[in-house]
Design a protein around this ligand. Structure first.
Ligand code: NAI
Ligand code: MG
Length: 351
């Protein structure tokens, strides 16, 4: 689902890379094009039309570009492109959001932190995406003692905590085998239960080392010594903030993939950035975040970490060749187009 703005340009490259990496492997993928966001509104009058809903449900995985463009700003909220994204997340029940933050050595000086603090950074934040204070009822604005009061409610049940915990433990098993659960158990009852469930799960994953950290400390540690982390698991609100914070450690938004998973293993894979209308159609967008999202797609929806790694290694090789889109351009490097990066990644797969 290419979506809007730079979406079509970057997904085209990611699909080319996917097709190239499965060629000659024992995995066969079949592709269907879907409409979402403004592109869907133009064709069907809705940002998430019925046909798209069906396609999303039938697919093992959805690769999404981005949605949104200023041309739709005047539309009523339910018709805006961004509603398409909320709708597909809700439709598929995507409760687990996985956001890696890694610093490629070729981009070491793009980070806002000192090279010795961030070089080799490779962390994964697992954020609960469908619960917590963003969705809790009751909520609203009411009048209390003659003045208005806004209120929200945070709750998590054991089932919700357990299923996000399992995603995080399993991700840690496939990585550095260390999981840090971030909460505010000194203040919040939701966190108290969260910690209890994580501790209970830890017995089932003896190869993973579980630790706990309060969220305020975690925010501090992420900028003080981010390499101490392997996988972080946390609830929706904390994860929203911490994942944005962590993403900036690695320099460019054009490099950051994401995955959102449901209980059936279906996933939505998309770059962390938006539709970048300011550069759309110019062939200058960085397709790496989408290509790396395609790698996550192979890892999490198809269990093919081997093919994912080939894509990731190819991206590293292309950076090491000195090829750069303008967002990551540095002195002495060669500036190339969106399509040239895609082609270079395909060539670096070493089929
Ligand atoms: P944005 O992420 O689209 O752009 C922010 C800045 O980063 C821009 O200067 C853009 O040119 C640059 N940028 C983003 N991706 C890039 C890439 N791959 N290569 C090179 N440069 C890149 O965020 P912004 O400007 O706040 O939002 C633009 C539109 O995107 C809005 O309609 C917004 O609602 C939508 N949006 C969609 C998201 C999604 O589909 N998941 C997420 C965030 C925003
Ligand atoms: Mg956010």
């Amino acid at each position: 689902m290419p979506g809007d703005g730079i979406g079509p340009e970057i997904t085209e490259q990611a699909v080319n890379v996917l097709k190239a990496v499965v060629e000659g492997s024992d995995l066969e993928l079949s592709f269907t094009d879907g409409l979402i966001g403004g592109a869907a509104f133009d064709a069907e009058g809705q940002p998430f039309p019925e046909i798209t809903r069906q396609q999303a449900n039938e697919a093992d995985a959805v690769l999404l570009g981005a949605v949104g463009s200023p041309q739709y700003d005047e539309l009523d909220r339910p018709l805006r492109p961004e509603r398409g994204l909320l709708a597909i997340r809700k439709e598929l029940g995507l409760f687990a959001n996985l956001r890696p933050a890694m610093l490629y050595s070729a981009l070491a000086d793009a980070s806002s932190l000192k090279p010795e603090v961030v070089s080799g950074l490779d962390i994964l934040i697992v954020r609960e995406l469908t619960g917590g204070v963003y969705f809790g009822q009751p909520r609203g604005i009411r009048e209390v003692d003659g003045q208005r009061e806004g209120f929200n409610t945070m709750h998590y049940n054991e089932g919700e905590i357990e299923r996000i915990g399992r995603v995080a433990f399993e991700a840690a098993q496939k990585r550095g085998k260390r999981l840090c659960s971030v909460d505010k158990a000194n203040v919040l009852e939701t966190s108290e239960l969260w910690r209890e469930v994580m501790n209970r799960l830890a017995a089932e994953y003896p190869d993973v080392e579980l630790s706990h950290m309060y969220v305020d400390n975690a925010a501090m540690q992420l900028v003080r010594a981010p390499k101490q982390f392997d996988v972080i698991v946390t609830e929706n609100l904390f994860g929203d903030i911490l994942s944005d914070q962590a993403s900036m450690l690695s320099g460019s938004i054009g490099m950051l993939p994401s995955a959102s998973l449901n209980e059936k293993g279906q996933g939505l894979y998309e770059p962390s950035h938006g539709s970048a209308p300011d550069i759309a159609g110019q062939g200058v967008a960085n397709p790496m975040a989408t290509i790396l999202s395609a790698a996550m797609l192979l890892r999490y929806s198809f269990g093919r970490g081997d093919l994912a790694e080939r894509i990731e290694n190819a991206c590293v090789a292309v950076l090491d060749q000195g090829l750069r889109t303008p967002d990551i351009m540095q002195a002495g490097m060669r500036q190339v187009s969106t399509a040239e990066i895609g082609e270079a990644v395909v060539n670096a797969l070493g089929n």
